[in-house]
Design a protein around this ligand. Sequence first.
Ligand code: IPM
Ligand code: MN
Length: 373
Amino acid sequence: MVSVATLPEEKTVESRRGEVLRIAVIPGDGTGPEVVAEALKVLDAVAKLENIQYETKHFDYGGEYYLRTGEVLPEGALEELGKFPAILLGAIGHPKVPPGILERGLLLAIRFHFDQYINLRPVKLYPGVETPLAGKGPEDIDFVVVRENTEDLYCGMGGFFRKGTPYEVATQIAIYTRKGCERCIRWAFEYTRKRNKKRKLTLVAKTNVLTYGHDLWWRTFQEVAREYPDIQTDYNHVDACCMWMVKNPEQYDVIVTTNMFGDIITDLAAIIQGGMGVAAGANINPEPGGTSMFEPMGGSAPKYTGLGVINPIACIAALAMLLEHCGYPRAAERVQKAIQIVTGTKMKSQAAGKMGYTTSQVGDLVVEALGAV
Ligand code: IPM
Ligand code: MN
């Protein structure tokens, strides 16, 4: 049995007094810097209100850096980032950099190097936000996906044989380990208990086809479940999950799933909560001293870059997750509430260019709302 993955310790603001929250900031490409600027504006405001001491250090990694230097991350970069408990990442993706280079060299490199084995993606329809699901409102769309973040097809194993010939063979290997799935499943049970809503955890996999890897997940899920008799468990095949998520999203409380399926279903989940403008995620290493990374789920959106039209709410929500994880739950809650005031009473839409405000005005509105919560 693996050691119990602990949830971030519940530290009160009082107990944090005197400590300095250190954040590595990677604004990244495209609209990344624009949304990060608003999240940092909100951080500054909430830090004053909650008496939080913080420090940020910027790293200019991303597409431009790669084109300039020929490397995605320089020697020693990961060691340097490892000195921080939290990284705030804007976005990566550059039209002049072929797909895969920045994803593998930066985003996945950080997730793997720091063993950020939990990818936490809350799916919450904020007040005033439009969902494409007819007849569903904020009370129906409020669940969390816990995506395993270090195994599966993402391990990068595989290769070519007879490449470029008519007989070419390509393999792409999915790995699943007992330790890897158990620590994720256990964390998800703990999280479901702590969330204390429906106290229901749904495993999403494909046991009818992936009869080895997902059998391991299934057996591990059943075993760990016995330690959590207070948590109701359920199982959905991933294809059925896509259907239920659209038809009856209210049936979900917490979902735990594998890396690849988690990637796919969280894009579906993001759209039912109002789109990439609002969806945020955390890549968490729950162990003491771990480095975790927080990011808006949307990409670098090159076509909106520099126009001041991109929605910063997702990045501000990522900041709230960072604060929560780092032991500032009251500040996190305050940012969450301020976001909901702004989506509920001010913004016309969550789509880029249709918000009724510029990127920086949305940041200002959140700061203003912070004062009222
Ligand atoms: C995500 C993204 C990444 C992933 C890409 C950019 C590698 O889609 O964070 O969901 O597949 O995990
Ligand atoms: Mn994705």
